[in-house]
Design a protein around this ligand. Sequence first.
Ligand SMILES: C[S@@+](CC[C@H](N)C(=O)[O-])C[C@H]1O[C@@H](n2cnc3c(N)ncnc32)[C@H](O)[C@@H]1O
Length: 241
Amino acid sequence: MTDRARSFDQAAALYADARPDYPAAALDWLRPATAHRVLDLGAGTGKLTRQLVDAGLEVVAVEPSPQLRAELAAYVPEADLREGSAEQIPLPDADVDAVLVGQAFHWFDRERALPEIARVLRPGGRLGALWNFDDDSEPWVDALASVTGTQARASHRAREVIASEGFTDVATADFPHGQRLDAGSLRRLVQTHSFYLVQDEAGRAEVVRRIDEFVASHPDLAGHESFVLPYVTRCWRATRR
Ligand SMILES: C[S@@+](CC[C@H](N)C(=O)[O-])C[C@H]1O[C@@H](n2cnc3c(N)ncnc32)[C@H](O)[C@@H]1O
């Protein structure tokens, strides 16, 4: 794993609380209607795991970072939590009905991860990857992204390629979503992103200063107790041959 992929360790305690959840419609679209046993790959602190367990699924969560696993174990004790990675999944062949990947597929070594994901999926099973991107078609969100330097912007994302030999029926869909925030929770949200976490102390302090200034001065936000940060939840799915 790269330093950037590992940077989330530092925000482990903040993450589950600060990040947005995923729209239920997106999770329904990603998994087969008959799915029972699913793998949450790159599960982090359990943001997606929590929603999958609450939807009544049997969930195995695989996560390489010990710090994030410790958070997940406390946040979603119902999940079967395992140490592992996308390139080395600690499950037998054809073990799960779906592999779901929240906000993590771009960190994987795709050449190695896709055959490994295909191995643990039963034939006809589903790979689903999803990301919450800031919806920068909203002018203040576009302006905020310039202030913070965030890369999580819907219009800037390259297409994620999940097609490979083992899969068929690749499809994508977008779901609108939003998160109610105030100045403090927006600051905490930014503090969980890798572009913030990889900076030194001075760089981090400067990002926080710019966010506070932005919230206090932008006409759409200034004077409001709270506001909704709009997202586009972009989903990719593919079916195991
Ligand atoms: C932005 S977090 C997303 C966590 C969680 N899925 C969620 O929805 O909140 C990215 C996660 O990918 C994990 N990760 C990075 N590289 C990985 C790899 N090669 N295999 C599995 N997980 C990986 C990180 O440890 C981290 O937990």
